[in-house]
Design a protein around this ligand. Structure first.
Ligand code: PLP
Length: 287
């Protein structure tokens, strides 16, 4: 495997950043994950738009020009021969003597890109079986709209899920409304087939896959309600699912100890999953 680190492609096992990198010391950095599907990068434009926003919110500059970033994402995927899988990018504020405030003089940002294949069989199995989720209080900071590498609350939430034999944790706010998954957005399907998901204004990351599902729904006359829903409403829903770049739309068949619907993936999410790539932006790895 090959990784990109600050202008160079290096063997993955030797890919390193400095001990005084602010990403390492303060989680002072942002990231993106794009799906690679059938030799295409999915929704790169939207991912890089969101990266631009994350960088801007943290007063960070692009580490390279956007066009160069696109080339690096493609090249890293190509060099790792990824046809189905993911490409990961991380930007940190750079390397400086440890001090909380930003360095007074500008320093070069750190850019790291990795890519890896995911065996297609995994996705098939998960689509057929669905996943279980556990609920856990959302203990994150208020700026969860920024895709930062400060992910400790999600690390703990995911570990709780794994320990319970589940694949994802759904976090809930102080009023008992689900915010989102540790690394995904949360959805339910009403008895009448309406999709329900929390509004993106507050309390969640504005998922790119979430937006793609909204587009699909709009194009196929599927109703979407953007409103918060409670754990109890989710447990009583006809179907439930998560969305993320690496999971597309994945059925949730159990929340805590409660089976959803008849405990098997529902027809709505199964169709969303099967047809997910129809409408998304697909950019070939080689141009
Ligand atoms: N919410 C959180 C907290 C995430 O970490 C992620 C993805 O990592 C998502 C939602 C899904 O976002 P996307 O569809 O852009 O992958």
């Amino acid at each position: 495997r090959i990784a990109y680190v600050n202008g160079r492609y290096v063997p993955h096992g030797e890919a390193c950043v400095h001990v005084e990198d602010r990403g390492f010391q303060f989680a002072d950095g942002v990231y993106e994950v794009c799906e690679i599907w059938d030799g295409y990068i999915v929704d790169m434009t939207r991912h890089l738009d969101r990266l631009a926003r994350s960088l801007n919110e943290l007063q960070m500059d692009w580490p390279v020009e956007r066009r160069a970033m696109e080339s690096i994402l493609r090249e890293t995927a190509r060099r790792n021969r990824v046809k189905k899988g993911l490409v990961y990018l991380q930007v940190t504020r750079g390397v400086a003597r440890r001090d909380f405030a930003f360095p007074k003089t500008p320093i070069p940002a750190t850019l790291v890109v990795t890519a890896r294949s995911v065996p297609p069989g995994n996705a098939v199995k998960i689509g057929e079986e669905g996943i279980a989720v556990v609920t856990t209080p959302d203990i994150r900071w208020e700026r969860v709209d920024i895709k930062t590498v400060a992910l400790l609350p999600q690390v703990l939430a995911k570990q709780k899920a794994v320990r319970a034999g589940a694949k994802e944790a759904w976090m809930y706010d102080k009023d008992g409304f689900i915010t989102e998954g540790a690394s995904s957005n949360a959805w339910i399907v009403n008895q009448d087939g309406t999709l329900v998901t929390r509004p993106a204004e507050r309390g969640i990351l504005r998922g790119i896959t979430r937006a793609a599902i909204m587009d699909f729904a709009a194009a196929h006359d599927i109703k979407v309600e953007e409103r918060p829903f409670t754990i109890d409403e989710a447990k009583a829903a006809r179907e439930a699912f998560i969305t993320s770049a690496t999971m597309t739309a994945t059925p949730v068949v159990k929340i805590d100890e409660t089976p959803i619907g008849n405990g098997a993936p529902g027809s709505v999410v199964s169709e969303l999953r099967a047809r997910f790539h129809e409408g998304v932006e697909k950019l070939p790895l080689s141009v």
